[in-house]
Write a protein of this length. Structure first.
Length: 154
């Protein structure tokens, strides 16, 4: 059984890491960045992923740059990459899958990852996104909780 002190330390560590969610980064092509800047984030343009259809972002700029933006020109040598920086608005409900309560909230939905409209269900349930440490990222299901800060073209 865990001691009260170890439980408190874990809770403090979890609260401190939740500060990460203030700023996130999305790596894409310059064309994709321009579309997001002009039209906003459109979840229907997602190709899906491990947590279903959503807007996948990294909590680390370098990860967004090296794993996504720098590969933007794979199919078009004239295309360059870009990294978009977003602020997550304070009212956003981002589940942190390291937290047992958040994990339990997510579990019923996890079985529906292949449903293209799961993001709508999640937003209607008050879930704007989730954080999973396995890839250091945040998946946004509700783009209304995002504010575009800047775009850096590579």
């Amino acid at each position: 059984m865990k001691s009260v002190i170890s439980i408190i330390k874990e809770e403090i560590a979890l609260m401190e890491t939740r500060e990460i969610f203030h700023t996130i980064y999305h790596g894409t092509s310059n064309t994709g960045a321009a579309d997001i800047e002009q039209n906003g984030v459109d979840i229907t343009k997602s190709h899906g992923g491990y947590f279903g259809w959503g807007f996948y972002c990294a909590v680390d700029y370098e990860l967004a740059k090296s794993n996504y933006a720098e590969f933007a020109d794979e199919n078009d040598i004239d295309e360059r990459g870009a990294v978009l920086e977003f602020e997550i608005l304070p009212q956003a409900n981002i589940l942190d899958l390291r937290d047992e309560d958040d994990w339990q909230t997510w579990l019923p939905y996890a079985k529906r990852i292949s449903d293209r409209n799961l993001y709508k269900t999640l937003v209607n349930a008050g879930i704007d996104g989730l954080f999973d440490n396995s890839f250091g990222g945040v998946i946004i299901y509700n783009p209304a909780v995002l504010k575009l800060i800047r775009i850096e073209e590579l």
